[in-house]
Design a protein around this ligand. Structure first.
Ligand code: NAD
Length: 477
């Protein structure tokens, strides 16, 4: 079983007796405490949500260095990258939620049909209850804390389970979060598959999972046992169609692909070059060298592969085509240089599985139409990129391609637009978050109707149904 960091457990609010269980597991005890506290609605008031968001921000501010160090340990992330791609993303989410909380929490008055008037109706976002947030290892801070921001803003309690593959970051979250957030309603549970399995067996009000498709099916099956709604933030092979092979295009592609050593869910997985790819490959190489120098394996701004298993999985991909740039690796530090491949085997793992590493296959297609067909024959990805200044091609691309997001000329930038929903479609995910989309996703949109009995206008539709009443009903409804 996983470790739970906060001992002793805080007293739950409310005065109901703890459930009778001779040998409750640590996780079961934690959950029952959390649920009893959440049932008293302490997470509901706006003031509480604001306090908790502020406390989360304070934790990130005061322990920035601890998180930067943990990310360097887990993934070799540079301090700059750790800050802007993890901490700053969460801080921006907190800031956005703080600024818009009043408006998000507001109920919306809606029209009532004539037949029911006079009456008032409104839709009000209500907290769902207790969330389980399970994160992946590649952005181990952002992927649990950004959903947590949405959970807090929406007035929910939550347990977060960071990935065991980023143990230093998981440890830092478990150490610091309970110091800042209200322990009665927020908790960190550390551990691997056994812990996830035990957590998933419990009843939750929403499960927010980020990770791969295989485990997502396990999560969805576990959730189905309790009819728990889920958000599944998954991955896939996000294509980049290149019509404009300028150096600016190449730099943007290389930046998005090789950040975090290619271990980014929305990184361009492969490139479809419309026409000859020689110039594009040359410029991609130029871009890579300008970012990481001639020895990227030792460059401080270039990260490492998370584990030996993933390292070996990636090395086997080098055999599935011609390596035209990079290809070097270091077995001791688990680093693989930014690499470009062409003439690749379309049936091998390189082109059938998400690469999730610093290898970029470039595939030539003769026409733009061929690129669209190539994408359409494969599962819908999390993102699809087009590098082209042509409004006509951009319009065709957004019309024809099915993906979680469509981005023209700025791969990855969609991640930091808090007004855009972030999520997949089909096998790349279910549901979306960021900004208000996260708030709405973790809220119940509750309907409320209020009609006085002082004037009983409904009597016109009560049985027995005379000819005259039927006429009235026909006219009203
Ligand atoms: P991972 O191995 O860290 O697993 C994710 C979580 O699932 C972990 O917390 C882990 O403990 C848990 N888990 C693993 N096996 C389990 C099991 N059998 N039962 C229950 N829980 C289990 O991450 P991963 O799956 O390697 O993540 C990589 C994938 O995540 C890629 O496909 C990537 O594209 C995707 N991803 C998506 C997003 C997004 O926002 N859409 C972000 C990052 C990563």
């Amino acid at each position: 079983m996983g470790l739970f960091t906060s001992t002793p457990l805080p007293e739950p609010v409310g005065d109901s007796a703890p459930p009778v269980d001779e040998h409750p597991s640590r996780i079961a005890t934690v959950l029952s405490h959390l649920r009893r506290s959440a049932d008293t609605r302490i997470t509901h008031p706006r003031r509480f949500r604001r306090q908790q968001l502020k406390a989360l921000e304070k934790m990130l501010e005061e322990h920035l260095e601890d998180f930067v160090q943990a990310l360097a340990e887990d993934l070799g992330k540079s301090a700059t990258e750790a800050k802007f791609s993890e901490i700053d993303v969460v801080r921006a989410e907190i800031d956005f939620a703080q600024r818009h909380l009043v408006e998000w929490m507001d109920s919306t008055s809606v029209k009532v049909p004539l037949a029911l008037q006079p009456a008032m109706a409104k839709v009000e976002p209500r907290p769902l209850g207790v969330m389980l947030i399970i994160g992946a290892w590649n952005y181990p801070v952002q992927l649990v804390l950004a959903p947590l921001v949405a959970a807090i803003a929406a007035g929910n309690a939550a347990v977060i389970k960071p990935s065991e593959l980023a143990p230093a970051t998981s440890g830092a979250l478990a150490k610091f979060l309970p110091v800042y957030l209200d322990e009665r309603v927020y908790a960190v549970v550390e551990g691997g598959v056994d812990t996830s399995t035990e957590l998933l067996a419990a009843r939750w009000d929403h499960i927010f999972y980020t990770g791969g498709e295989r485990v997502a099916k396990i999560v969805a099956a576990a959730a189905a046992k309790h009819l728990t709604p889920t958000t599944l933030e998954l991955g896939g092979k996000s294509p980049a169609v290149v019509e404009n092979d300028s150096l600016a295009s190449a730099k943007r592609l290389a930046y998005a692909k090789f950040m975090n050593a290619g271990q980014t869910c929305v990184a361009p997985d492969y490139v479809l070059s419309v026409g000859d790819s020689s110039e594009l490959i040359r410029r991609l190489g130029q871009a890579i060298t300008s970012f990481y120098g001639k020895e990227p394996l030792t460059h401080p701004d270039f990260g490492r592969i998370v584990s030996r298993k993933h390292f070996e999985r990636l090395l086997s991909m080098f055999e599935q085509g011609e390596v035209v740039f990079g290809g070097e690796y270091d077995e001791d530090t688990l680093r693989i240089a930014p690499s470009i491949m062409r003439n690749v085997d379309l049936e091998g793992s390189l082109m059938t599985e998400e690469i999730f590493g610093p290898i970029l296959p470039v595939i030539e297609v003769e026409t733009f139409e061929e690129a669209l067909e190539f994408i359409a024959r494969r599962p819908s990805p999390l993102a699809a990129y087009l590098m082209s200044e042509s409004p006509r091609l951009q319009s065709i691309f957004s019309d024809r391609v099915r993906a979680g997001s469509i981005v023209h000329n700025a791969p990855l930038a969609q991640m930091i637009v808090p007004t855009l929903p972030f999520g997949g479609v089909g096998p790349s995910g279910m549901g979306a978050y960021h900004g208000k989309h996260g708030f709405d996703r973790l809220s119940q949109m509750r309907s409320e109707l209020n009609k006085t009995t002082v004037v009983d206008t409904l009597s016109a539709i009560y049985p027995p149904y005379s000819w005259a009443k039927r006429k009235i009903i026909d006219r009203l409804l």
